[in-house]
Write a new protein. Structure first.
Length: 209
């Protein structure tokens, strides 16, 4: 069983994906972390971020088990990841690794930007989790404040919009819902409500298998 979850930044897909994986005893992969892990490896080795061949080599050496969200969520790594994520050779290498991960038993939950459209187009369950830009920016703002850090809402909102444009506008694997994806708009939905909505879809798919 493969559950593919896509959507823009801060829509809640990561939290939802982890909750689904825990509930069903499935393996979970945040595919965005695979790009961040590749970027971190390049930064740690002092290698350039604009050499596609070097970046591809690093991408093929990334170990998908045990990706540390806390370490990989730094702003510097995120900026570096956005530079290598547009490289076709890097995307091909990581998509291969993600597809291999998706075949793990008894099932997997993969979340990202192109899971239902590119990585696992045959997945029996595809969810597209979204929310309005202002709601997503506010969530990120509250999250940062909750960690005791300072934040500028206008700056975060601008960053959310910029990431949307970059993700949806790129030539290779743009962010968009798969034609057969179930849409979950979490703008006015709690994570528990989103989970219950997803559970109905997943349980129906499991009955068919």
């Amino acid at each position: 069983m493969i559950i593919a979850i896509d959507g823009p930044a801060a829509a809640g897909k990561g939290t939802l994906s982890r909750q689904i994986a825990d509930a069903y005893g499935f393996h979970h992969l945040d595919t965005g972390l695979t790009y961040r892990a590749t970027a971190k490896a390049l930064l740690d080795a002092g290698l350039p971020l604009d050499d596609e061949a070097v970046a591809e080599k690093m991408a093929r050496e990334v170990e998908l088990a045990g990706l540390d969200r806390d370490i990989l969520s730094s702003h510097a790594i995120g900026e570096a990841a956005s530079k290598i994520a547009v490289m076709p050779a890097v995307r091909r290498a990581l998509v291969e690794a993600q597809r291999a991960f998706s075949l793990r038993e008894p099932g997997t939950v993969l979340d990202g930007r192109d899971i239902g459209t590119v990585v696992c187009p045959e997945a029996p369950v595809k969810l597209y989790v979204t929310a309005s830009a202002d709601v997503r920016a506010n969530r990120r703002y509250e999250e940062i404040l909750g960690k005791g850090q300072s934040a500028d809402y206008a700056e975060i909102f601008a960053d959310v919009r910029k990431r949307d444009e970059r993700d949806m506008g790129r030539a290779d694997s743009p962010l968009k819902p798969a034609e057969d994806a179930h849409l979950l708009d979490t703008s006015e939905m709690s994570i528990e409500a989103a989970f219950q909505a997803a559970k109905v879809i997943i349980d129906a798919a499991l009955k068919k298998k």
